[in-house]
Design a protein around this ligand. Structure first.
Ligand SMILES: C[S@@+](CC[C@H](N)C(=O)[O-])C[C@H]1O[C@@H](n2cnc3c(N)ncnc32)[C@H](O)[C@@H]1O
Length: 261
Protein backbone atom coordinates (compact mmCIF):
# COMPACT_ATOMS: atom_id res chain seq x y z
CA UNK A 1 0.00 0.00 0.00
CA UNK A 2 1.53 3.33 -0.94
CA UNK A 3 2.17 5.90 1.76
CA UNK A 4 -0.57 8.51 1.52
CA UNK A 5 -0.04 12.21 2.01
CA UNK A 6 -3.54 12.72 3.40
CA UNK A 7 -6.20 10.74 5.27
CA UNK A 8 -7.95 8.26 3.02
CA UNK A 9 -11.42 9.69 3.55
CA UNK A 10 -10.43 13.20 2.51
CA UNK A 11 -12.21 13.99 -0.74
CA UNK A 12 -14.95 11.40 -0.18
CA UNK A 13 -16.95 13.01 2.61
CA UNK A 14 -19.97 14.30 0.69
CA UNK A 15 -20.27 11.02 -1.16
CA UNK A 16 -19.78 8.96 1.99
CA UNK A 17 -22.37 10.89 3.93
CA UNK A 18 -24.98 10.27 1.26
CA UNK A 19 -23.96 6.68 0.61
CA UNK A 20 -24.02 5.67 4.28
CA UNK A 21 -27.24 7.47 5.14
CA UNK A 22 -29.79 4.67 4.88
CA UNK A 23 -27.59 2.01 6.46
CA UNK A 24 -26.69 4.36 9.31
CA UNK A 25 -30.32 4.85 10.21
CA UNK A 26 -30.86 1.09 10.27
CA UNK A 27 -27.70 0.30 12.20
CA UNK A 28 -28.28 3.29 14.44
CA UNK A 29 -31.28 1.61 16.00
CA UNK A 30 -29.17 -1.42 16.88
CA UNK A 31 -26.31 0.69 18.19
CA UNK A 32 -28.77 2.47 20.43
CA UNK A 33 -30.19 -0.81 21.75
CA UNK A 34 -26.74 -2.27 22.39
CA UNK A 35 -25.60 0.86 24.16
CA UNK A 36 -28.64 1.43 26.32
CA UNK A 37 -29.30 4.64 28.23
CA UNK A 38 -26.39 6.33 29.96
CA UNK A 39 -24.83 9.53 31.13
CA UNK A 40 -21.44 11.21 31.03
CA UNK A 41 -18.99 11.79 28.22
CA UNK A 42 -19.05 9.60 25.16
CA UNK A 43 -16.38 9.55 22.47
CA UNK A 44 -17.51 8.75 18.93
CA UNK A 45 -14.22 7.31 17.69
CA UNK A 46 -13.70 7.68 13.95
CA UNK A 47 -16.97 9.59 13.81
CA UNK A 48 -16.73 10.27 10.08
CA UNK A 49 -19.48 12.61 8.92
CA UNK A 50 -21.31 12.17 12.20
CA UNK A 51 -24.07 9.85 11.08
CA UNK A 52 -24.28 8.23 14.54
CA UNK A 53 -24.01 11.38 16.65
CA UNK A 54 -27.76 11.79 17.10
CA UNK A 55 -28.21 8.16 18.07
CA UNK A 56 -25.48 8.39 20.69
CA UNK A 57 -26.84 11.65 22.05
CA UNK A 58 -30.35 10.17 22.25
CA UNK A 59 -29.10 7.66 24.85
CA UNK A 60 -28.47 10.54 27.27
CA UNK A 61 -24.72 10.83 26.79
CA UNK A 62 -22.71 13.94 25.93
CA UNK A 63 -20.95 13.13 22.69
CA UNK A 64 -17.61 14.27 21.28
CA UNK A 65 -16.50 13.09 17.86
CA UNK A 66 -12.95 12.47 16.72
CA UNK A 67 -11.71 11.62 13.25
CA UNK A 68 -8.46 11.89 11.34
CA UNK A 69 -10.10 13.23 8.18
CA UNK A 70 -10.67 16.96 8.06
CA UNK A 71 -13.03 16.44 5.14
CA UNK A 72 -15.24 14.03 7.10
CA UNK A 73 -15.24 16.45 10.03
CA UNK A 74 -16.24 19.31 7.72
CA UNK A 75 -19.49 17.45 7.00
CA UNK A 76 -19.87 16.32 10.63
CA UNK A 77 -19.70 19.98 11.66
CA UNK A 78 -23.19 20.42 10.18
CA UNK A 79 -24.38 18.14 12.98
CA UNK A 80 -22.28 19.25 15.96
CA UNK A 81 -19.45 21.55 17.00
CA UNK A 82 -18.09 19.00 19.48
CA UNK A 83 -15.44 17.59 17.15
CA UNK A 84 -11.71 17.05 17.31
CA UNK A 85 -9.32 16.10 14.58
CA UNK A 86 -6.95 13.43 15.81
CA UNK A 87 -5.56 9.93 15.52
CA UNK A 88 -7.45 7.12 17.22
CA UNK A 89 -4.14 5.45 18.07
CA UNK A 90 -2.88 8.59 19.84
CA UNK A 91 -5.94 10.08 21.48
CA UNK A 92 -5.51 13.65 22.67
CA UNK A 93 -7.29 13.01 25.97
CA UNK A 94 -6.18 12.33 29.53
CA UNK A 95 -6.58 8.89 31.08
CA UNK A 96 -10.12 8.21 32.28
CA UNK A 97 -11.84 11.00 30.34
CA UNK A 98 -14.85 9.09 28.98
CA UNK A 99 -17.58 6.95 30.47
CA UNK A 100 -18.28 5.52 27.03
CA UNK A 101 -16.43 5.08 23.75
CA UNK A 102 -18.27 3.98 20.61
CA UNK A 103 -16.59 2.96 17.36
CA UNK A 104 -18.78 2.22 14.35
CA UNK A 105 -17.15 0.72 11.25
CA UNK A 106 -13.59 1.72 12.03
CA UNK A 107 -11.63 -1.52 12.38
CA UNK A 108 -11.42 -1.60 8.58
CA UNK A 109 -9.95 1.89 8.40
CA UNK A 110 -7.48 2.60 11.19
CA UNK A 111 -3.81 1.89 10.49
CA UNK A 112 -3.17 0.60 14.00
CA UNK A 113 -6.12 -1.32 15.40
CA UNK A 114 -4.27 -2.67 18.41
CA UNK A 115 -2.96 0.78 19.30
CA UNK A 116 -6.46 2.18 18.88
CA UNK A 117 -8.05 -0.31 21.28
CA UNK A 118 -5.24 0.36 23.75
CA UNK A 119 -6.00 4.04 23.61
CA UNK A 120 -9.71 3.38 24.10
CA UNK A 121 -8.95 1.46 27.28
CA UNK A 122 -6.71 4.28 28.49
CA UNK A 123 -9.26 7.08 28.04
CA UNK A 124 -12.13 5.10 29.58
CA UNK A 125 -12.98 5.57 33.23
CA UNK A 126 -12.82 2.43 35.41
CA UNK A 127 -16.05 0.59 34.70
CA UNK A 128 -16.44 2.45 31.42
CA UNK A 129 -17.96 0.97 28.30
CA UNK A 130 -16.58 0.46 24.80
CA UNK A 131 -19.13 -0.41 22.15
CA UNK A 132 -17.39 -1.74 19.07
CA UNK A 133 -19.69 -2.13 16.10
CA UNK A 134 -18.24 -3.25 12.83
CA UNK A 135 -17.85 -5.76 10.09
CA UNK A 136 -17.33 -9.40 10.92
CA UNK A 137 -13.67 -9.99 10.04
CA UNK A 138 -14.34 -13.51 8.80
CA UNK A 139 -17.08 -12.65 6.35
CA UNK A 140 -16.35 -9.12 5.16
CA UNK A 141 -13.22 -8.05 3.39
CA UNK A 142 -11.04 -8.36 0.33
CA UNK A 143 -11.11 -12.15 0.62
CA UNK A 144 -14.91 -12.45 0.35
CA UNK A 145 -16.61 -13.16 -2.93
CA UNK A 146 -20.35 -12.76 -2.90
CA UNK A 147 -22.28 -15.37 -4.86
CA UNK A 148 -25.45 -14.32 -6.64
CA UNK A 149 -27.56 -16.13 -4.06
CA UNK A 150 -25.82 -14.23 -1.24
CA UNK A 151 -23.57 -17.04 -0.10
CA UNK A 152 -20.04 -15.87 0.57
CA UNK A 153 -16.98 -17.58 -0.76
CA UNK A 154 -14.00 -17.13 1.55
CA UNK A 155 -10.68 -16.98 -0.30
CA UNK A 156 -7.22 -17.60 1.22
CA UNK A 157 -6.58 -13.85 1.16
CA UNK A 158 -8.19 -13.98 4.60
CA UNK A 159 -4.69 -14.73 5.87
CA UNK A 160 -3.32 -11.48 4.48
CA UNK A 161 -3.70 -8.94 7.25
CA UNK A 162 -3.21 -5.27 6.50
CA UNK A 163 -4.22 -2.86 3.79
CA UNK A 164 -5.82 -4.06 0.59
CA UNK A 165 -6.33 -1.52 -2.15
CA UNK A 166 -8.44 -3.72 -4.35
CA UNK A 167 -10.13 -7.08 -4.55
CA UNK A 168 -11.44 -8.83 -7.66
CA UNK A 169 -15.00 -8.69 -6.30
CA UNK A 170 -15.20 -5.07 -5.28
CA UNK A 171 -17.53 -3.79 -7.92
CA UNK A 172 -16.82 -0.11 -8.18
CA UNK A 173 -19.83 1.13 -6.25
CA UNK A 174 -18.71 1.09 -2.65
CA UNK A 175 -16.36 2.71 -0.23
CA UNK A 176 -13.69 0.04 -0.54
CA UNK A 177 -12.98 0.86 -4.16
CA UNK A 178 -12.32 4.40 -3.02
CA UNK A 179 -10.25 3.98 0.14
CA UNK A 180 -9.25 0.32 0.30
CA UNK A 181 -9.67 -1.72 3.45
CA UNK A 182 -7.45 -2.74 6.28
CA UNK A 183 -8.17 -6.36 7.04
CA UNK A 184 -7.88 -7.33 10.71
CA UNK A 185 -8.26 -11.11 11.00
CA UNK A 186 -10.33 -12.38 13.90
CA UNK A 187 -7.35 -13.43 16.02
CA UNK A 188 -5.73 -10.00 15.68
CA UNK A 189 -9.00 -8.35 16.59
CA UNK A 190 -9.57 -10.45 19.70
CA UNK A 191 -5.93 -10.22 20.75
CA UNK A 192 -6.11 -6.43 20.55
CA UNK A 193 -8.97 -6.53 23.04
CA UNK A 194 -7.09 -8.91 25.32
CA UNK A 195 -3.94 -6.78 25.15
CA UNK A 196 -5.95 -3.72 26.16
CA UNK A 197 -7.29 -5.64 29.18
CA UNK A 198 -10.88 -4.94 28.31
CA UNK A 199 -13.32 -7.54 29.52
CA UNK A 200 -15.77 -8.65 26.88
CA UNK A 201 -19.30 -8.21 28.15
CA UNK A 202 -21.17 -9.30 25.09
CA UNK A 203 -20.60 -10.37 21.50
CA UNK A 204 -23.45 -10.41 18.99
CA UNK A 205 -23.53 -11.80 15.48
CA UNK A 206 -27.15 -11.17 14.65
CA UNK A 207 -28.98 -12.09 11.54
CA UNK A 208 -30.24 -9.52 9.13
CA UNK A 209 -33.71 -10.03 10.57
CA UNK A 210 -32.47 -7.73 13.30
CA UNK A 211 -32.96 -4.84 10.93
CA UNK A 212 -35.69 -6.16 8.75
CA UNK A 213 -33.86 -7.86 5.91
CA UNK A 214 -34.72 -11.31 4.67
CA UNK A 215 -32.64 -14.45 5.11
CA UNK A 216 -30.59 -15.61 2.16
CA UNK A 217 -31.93 -18.84 0.72
CA UNK A 218 -30.37 -22.22 1.40
CA UNK A 219 -26.95 -22.87 -0.07
CA UNK A 220 -27.09 -24.20 -3.61
CA UNK A 221 -24.26 -25.48 -5.76
CA UNK A 222 -22.87 -22.72 -7.98
CA UNK A 223 -22.07 -24.23 -11.37
CA UNK A 224 -18.76 -23.05 -12.77
CA UNK A 225 -17.36 -21.90 -9.42
CA UNK A 226 -14.39 -23.99 -8.34
CA UNK A 227 -13.11 -22.13 -5.28
CA UNK A 228 -13.86 -23.62 -1.87
CA UNK A 229 -16.95 -22.06 -0.39
CA UNK A 230 -18.30 -21.68 3.02
CA UNK A 231 -21.87 -21.14 4.00
CA UNK A 232 -22.13 -18.61 6.75
CA UNK A 233 -24.44 -19.92 9.40
CA UNK A 234 -24.23 -18.12 12.69
CA UNK A 235 -26.78 -17.98 15.45
CA UNK A 236 -28.97 -14.96 15.95
CA UNK A 237 -28.78 -13.06 19.19
CA UNK A 238 -31.56 -11.01 20.68
CA UNK A 239 -30.53 -7.47 21.43
CA UNK A 240 -30.90 -6.21 24.93
CA UNK A 241 -28.69 -3.78 26.79
CA UNK A 242 -26.68 -5.31 29.62
CA UNK A 243 -26.15 -3.74 32.97
CA UNK A 244 -22.70 -2.33 33.52
CA UNK A 245 -19.90 -4.18 35.23
CA UNK A 246 -17.07 -2.76 37.27
CA UNK A 247 -14.16 -3.47 34.94
CA UNK A 248 -13.95 -1.58 31.65
CA UNK A 249 -16.09 -3.57 29.34
CA UNK A 250 -16.64 -3.93 25.69
CA UNK A 251 -19.86 -4.53 23.88
CA UNK A 252 -18.93 -5.97 20.65
CA UNK A 253 -21.09 -6.38 17.67
CA UNK A 254 -19.85 -8.10 14.58
CA UNK A 255 -22.11 -7.37 11.70
CA UNK A 256 -22.07 -10.22 9.27
CA UNK A 257 -24.79 -9.39 6.82
CA UNK A 258 -24.38 -5.86 5.62
CA UNK A 259 -23.47 -5.31 2.02
CA UNK A 260 -22.09 -1.93 2.99
CA UNK A 261 -18.50 -2.96 2.73
C1 LIG B 1 -16.02 3.64 7.54
S1 LIG B 1 -15.77 5.25 8.20
C2 LIG B 1 -16.90 5.21 9.58
C3 LIG B 1 -17.35 6.59 9.98
C4 LIG B 1 -18.43 6.62 11.04
N1 LIG B 1 -18.00 5.98 12.27
C5 LIG B 1 -19.67 5.96 10.52
O1 LIG B 1 -19.99 4.86 10.97
O2 LIG B 1 -20.33 6.56 9.66
C6 LIG B 1 -14.17 5.12 9.01
C7 LIG B 1 -13.72 6.43 9.60
O3 LIG B 1 -12.53 6.19 10.35
C8 LIG B 1 -11.72 7.35 10.19
N2 LIG B 1 -10.33 7.03 10.55
C9 LIG B 1 -9.45 6.25 9.88
N3 LIG B 1 -8.27 6.20 10.52
C10 LIG B 1 -8.41 6.95 11.64
C11 LIG B 1 -7.54 7.27 12.71
N4 LIG B 1 -6.29 6.79 12.77
N5 LIG B 1 -8.01 8.08 13.68
C12 LIG B 1 -9.27 8.56 13.64
N6 LIG B 1 -10.14 8.29 12.66
C13 LIG B 1 -9.72 7.48 11.66
C14 LIG B 1 -11.91 7.71 8.74
O4 LIG B 1 -11.47 9.03 8.43
C15 LIG B 1 -13.40 7.50 8.56
O5 LIG B 1 -14.13 8.67 8.84
Amino acid sequence: MPVLDRPRYDGHAEWYDEWSSEAASQHGRIVSALLGPGTGRCLDLGCGTGRYLDVLRSTGRTVVGIDISADQLRVARRRTRALIRGDAARLPFADGTFETVVATWVSTDVDDFRGTVGEVARVLVPGGLFLFYGVHPCFNGPFVEWADDERRIIHPTYRRAGWHERAPWWNGGGIRDRVGMRHVPLADLVNAIIAARLSIARVAEPDRDAWGMSHPGPAQPSPGKTAPRFRVCLPCSPIDPRSRVEAPELRWRLWRSSRMF
